[in-house]
Design a protein around this ligand. Structure first.
Ligand code: SAH
Ligand code: SF4
Ligand code: F3S
Length: 475
């Protein structure tokens, strides 16, 4: 997956998580499929860990599964539709094998709660994002012929003590969840309803997890939260110290603690919020070479009135000032974004302001979406979803066209430069090539030589597409 706490539509295809457990013989097989953002993928690793303790081994072969779990996303309607289609397919399997347990986890579970059991009768088990410790009990309940549901949201669950079982794609890069939930109320967004209140994880457990990953050969961690800039430990939202005997930690300090694990461990993070991103964080990025010069800073719209309706808490001018600060404090920093087109009441002029902001910022990369109204959100209650579908689509295409040009130009500017690349493994397209990312998060493909994954190499960039750089070895 790409870095950044965004929903990637390819990711919505669903990815089966398979964990090989050395030496564990078990007859119980778990098939786990994940949709949505990186936090969901990270949660699936927690789920796999909890169920491994209960004797479940994950399988890639759905036919041999005793339990099928779908970790779901509610961010847009199409994300939910895909899961519904998938559940209908499982229903056929279930009719053939009544013993099979089918469960739904994650944001859709939290949003629809037991309606998924009652109205649709597609699943036996529903567990929300804060209920995963209860999964062994819930599965047992289903075994006794009942339907099982736990969608309680918690104010303090962070799964801090659970060592996630890694989705070992080469074991170089891992996600580490540093906080859960979201206290912002962006008017379009379902996440505060599905993930509950914001809470931060104990920094000691975060650093210990990163150290453990490094010791196991990982060379990159991405610190995850819906709004990493509001990470705080031992501090109230108002900034008061909770326990004077304990140190306090903000996000910039946490980054430093993780950066000090080893200069060979790359640090990434996602997502930053334009209203909360401080210069402290930028200065910390500038101070440590192993904190990657890349920020995902979702803008959503380039027009202040639209931003106000979205309840984002910043204006166009504020956002552009944050971009200037990034460029000043972290020169060469790559910047990506998320954009929503066709939000309630968006006029043609307002849309043009998004395009003009893109021209000013020249994003290296962007995730772009048509607005999808979500039940219970502020926007659903206050505004009409009144931009016609074809207008949303046309505006989205204009935005995508512009971004493709900017991405290509950004990659072209790198031709002739030498980039330090962390080798991730073989290139998907050619056995003679390896691939890895620059600090700025662009994929580079280069000849394999005698190189091994998990090491750093200087690569000279000689060519590119809008998505990939082509490099040659220089020494
Ligand atoms: N916490 C992150 C975003 C998480 S959701 C942040 O604040 O930026 C990822 C992206 O999905 C959002 O940035 C937004 O661009 C998009 N998104 C969220 N709700 C949406 C909706 N109702 N319709 C379309 N896109 C949406
Ligand atoms: Fe949603 Fe806004 Fe929270 Fe991001 S910051 S998860 S967009 S409510
Ligand atoms: Fe992530 Fe989708 Fe939930 S974006 S937080 S899985 S609604």
């Amino acid at each position: 997956m790409e870095s950044g706490n965004k929903v990637i539509d390819e990711a919505l295809q669903g990815t089966a998580l398979v964990i090989e457990q050395d030496g564990v013989q078990s007859s119980k097989k778990l098939y786990l499929e994940s949709y949505g953002c990186q936090m969901n993928f990270s949660d699936s690793e927690v789920v796999a860990s909890i169920l491994a303790q209960d004797g479940y081994q994950t399988t890639r072969n759905i036919e041999e599964a005793d339990v099928i779990l779908l970790n779901t996303c509610s961010i847009r309607d199409n994300a939910e539709q895909r899961v519904r289609n998938r559940l209908t397919e499982f229903k056929i399997k279930k009719d053939r094998n009544p013993e099979l347990v089918v469960g739904i986890l994650g944001c859709m579970a939290e949003r629809l709660k037991k309606n998924l059991l009652d109205e649709e009768k597609l699943v036996d088990l529903v567990a929300g994002p804060d209920a995963y410790r209860d999964l062994p009990n819930l599965i047992d309940e289903v075994g006794t012929g009942q339907k099982a549901v736990n969608v309680l949201l918690s104010r303090d669950e962070t799964y801090a003590d659970i060592a996630p079982v890694r989705l070992d794609q080469g074991g170089i890069s891992a996600f580490v969840t540093i906080m859960r939930g979201c206290d912002n109320m962006c008017s379009f967004c379902v996440v505060p309803f599905t993930r509950g209140r914001e809470r931060s994880r104990d920094p000691k457990t975060i650093v210990a997890e990163c150290q453990d990953l490094f010791d196991k050969g990982y060379r990159e961690v991405t610190l995850l939260g819906q709004n990493v800039d509001s990470y705080r430990w031992n501090l109230s939202a108002k900034g008061e110290v909770k326990n004077p005997a304990e140190p306090t930690t903000n996000f910039a300090q946490l980054m430093e603690m993780v950066a000090l694990v080893s200069p060979l461990l790359r640090i990434r993070f996602s997502t930053s919020h334009p209203k909360d991103m401080t210069n402290d964080v930028l200065e910390m990025m500038a101070k440590y070479e192993n904190i990657c010069p890349y920020i995902h800073l979702p803008v959503q719209s380039g027009n202040t009135d639209v931003l106000y309706r979205m309840n984002r808490g910043y204006s166009r001018e504020w956002y552009l000032e944050r971009i200037e600060s990034i460029r000043r404090i972290v020169p060469g920093c790559a910047i990506s974004t998320d954009i929503i087109t066709g939000f309630c009441g968006e006029t043609e002029e307002e849309h043009q302001e998004t395009l003009s902001l893109m021209d000013i910022v020249q994003y290296d990369f962007a995730y772009m979406f048509k607005y999808s109204e979500r039940p219970k959100t502020l926007a659903e209650r206050r505004f009409d979803d009144d931009v016609p579908e074809e207008v949303k689509g046309r505006r989205l295409n204009e935005i995508i066209d512009k971004q493709l040009k900017h991405s290509l130009a950004s990659n072209q500017r790198m031709i002739g430069t030498v980039q330090k690349v962390l080798i991730e493994g073989p290139s998907k397209r050619s056995e003679e090539h390896l691939c890895g990312r620059t600090g700025t998060n662009v994929m580079v493909v280069f000849p394999k030589g005698n190189l091994v994954k998990g090491t750093y190499i200087d690569v000279k960039i000689i060519d590119c597409t809008s998505a990939t750089l082509i490099g040659e070895l220089i020494s």
